[in-house]
Design a protein around this ligand. Structure first.
Ligand code: SF4
Length: 87
């Protein structure tokens, strides 16, 4: 597993025009995000979703859907170019 930013495995990190952040204290390891965007997340040893270096391989739509799919709203997505909080 290669975090996109080893210093900040849960973000915020930028992927394309999206800034992704996982609140690891909220994440329950349900893996819904991985089902939607398998290149973007993987669970670490504590069962928390880490943001991967390969996130560019998932579409913007898939990444946004992954945040919407999280049952505990642990993923926040912001559009970098506009500052809009999408999820
Ligand atoms: S869907 Fe939410 S709770 Fe489940 S692993 Fe992803 S971030 Fe964590």
């Amino acid at each position: 597993m290669n975090p996109r930013d080893p210093q900040k495995p849960f973000g915020p990190v930028v992927v394309g025009d999206l800034e992704i952040t996982v609140d690891k204290d909220v994440c329950i390891g349900a893996s819904a995000c991985i089902a939607m965007a398998a290149h973007t997340y993987a669970l670490d040893n504590d069962g928390k979703a880490v943001i991967l270096d390969s996130a560019d391989q998932d579409s913007e739509e898939a990444i946004i859907d992954s945040a919407r799919a999280c049952p505990v709203q642990a993923i926040k997505i912001k559009r970098v170019s506009t500052g809009e909080e999408i999820v």
